[in-house]
Design a binder for this molecule. Structure first.
Ligand SMILES: Cc1ncc(COP(=O)(O)O)c(C=O)c1O
Length: 383
């Protein structure tokens, strides 16, 4: 019997990446150059003006005290302005905006704020594991929504058994790991469905600024969405700030208020100096354009190598991920190991995102251009 870990921890799925981590260490110890395309953590630095804003703000004694729980009003206003400009959605910075310690923190605490033990919550499969695990931590019952290629990795809510008894629905578009995007029309159907069945909706959108065609929409741009929806955003991926831990939730004021109340009892807000840096980030004029140029270039390099090697990949226009089918006869894990041993490339096995991710691997474009180029050369000739 495990006397230390709570039943919550014992419910967690086994750590799938152990075998990969071990192999990675072995390859590196043997002096082989390993190219890590496994993790979605931008390699490029945070913009200098954001760092300068933090430096200035960190010297201000008033920023050394506890931050306001919901975030500073200045940062919340900057978020509302950014939202209006980017999505055409008007937000009340007082009631409809909440600053987070990254969107992961918001996801992890949302079920505690909104559901009761035993309540059902719809989670994407494959999906970012925190949706399902946070539901289990809150004593809820996760219901998997299969995301399949034939439906462009969008859930079909009418086909998910028990969906209408759920209390909350997690969506994630642009999507990790599949890179799929959603249209306003899809969001509109979800909002209608949510209202019909009284299901609250949370769209997690940390990849909203990484796109290569039309800018992905916000679920809040659907008329009436604020009645039952919130959306999470993050500065992590958009502004190369994963290490800064800053994100935000926007939308339905009651859902935002409930999440704020949970947070008031757990953390004491995002450091004020980091929020000042956040204002500088959201005010940047063409930084996201520059990042899109970089990711587009890397994407083209890797996609053409994968095509040359006859891989089947899901074609999408957003995120810095590539979702690639493994060759016949391989599993996600066996092929990830093969790639590491034969080409020194680390990918993420799709099965790490849930059983519906089996048969796929995910590549992340967050390594330097030259490493991506080397990976492409190795992939083009992989046996
Ligand atoms: C879908 C999704 N949501 C949330 C996060 C967490 O981002 P943050 O750094 O804002 O906590 C990630 C990070 O990989 C992610 O892929």
């Amino acid at each position: 019997m495990n006397r230390t870990a709570s039943f919550r921890l014992q419910q967690l799925p086994p750590y799938l990446f152990e075998a990969i981590d071990r192999l990675k260490r072995k390859e590196r110890a043997a002096g082989r150059e390993v190219i890590d395309l496994g993790i979605g953590d931008p390699d490029l630095p945070t913009p200098p003006s954001v760092i300068e804003a933090l430096q200035r703000a960190s010297a201000e004694p008033r920023h050394h005290r506890y931050p306001p729980y919901r975030g500073t009003i200045e940062f919340r206003q900057a978020i509302a302005e950014w939202y209006a400009k980017r999505f055409g959605v008007i937000l009340d910075p007082e009631k409809e905006v909440l600053v987070l310690l990254g969107s992961k923190e918001g996801i992890a605490h949302l079920p505690l704020a909104l559901i009761n033990p035993g309540d059902a919550v719809l989670v994407p499969n494959p999906g970012y594991p925190v949706y399902k695990n946070s539901v289990m931590f809150a004593g809820g019952q996760p219901i998997d929504m299969p995301l399949t290629r034939d439906q462009h990795f969008l859930p079909n809510l009418d086909q998910v058994e028990g969906a209408s008894r759920a209390k909350l629905l997690f969506l994630n578009y642009p999507n990790n790991p599949t890179s799929a995007t959603a249209t306003v029309d899809f969001f509109s159907q979800c909002v209608k469905w949510g209202k019909r069945h009284q299901v609250m909706i949370c769209n997690d959108a940390p990849y909203s600024e990484i796109y290569f065609a039309a800018p992905p929409p916000s679920i809040l741009s659907v008329e009436g969405a604020k009645d039952c929806c919130i959306e999470f955003h993050s500065l992590s991926k958009s502004f190369n700030m994963t290490g800064w831990r800053i994100g935000f939730a926007v939308g339905n004021s009651e859902m935002i208020g409930a999440l704020a109340q949970i947070k008031e009892n757990i953390d004491s807000g995002t450091p004020t100096a980091i929020q000042e840096a956040g204002i500088a980030a959201l005010g940047l004029k063409d930084f996201s354009d520059q990042m899109r140029v970089v990711y587009r270039r890397r994407r083209e390099t890797l996609v053409s190598a994968l095509k040359e090697a006859k891989f089947q990949l899901f074609s999408s226009d957003a995120t810095f991920y590539l979702w690639v089918a493994v060759p016949d006869g391989e599993t996600s894990l066996s092929f990830t190991q093969h790639l590491l041993e034969k080409a020194g490339i680390v990918a993420t096995p799709g099965s790490g995102f849930g059983e519906k991710g089996e048969g796929y691997i995910r590549f992340s474009l967050t390594s330097s251009d030259s490493l991506i180029q080397t990976a492409a050369e190795r992939l083009a000739h992989i046996q």
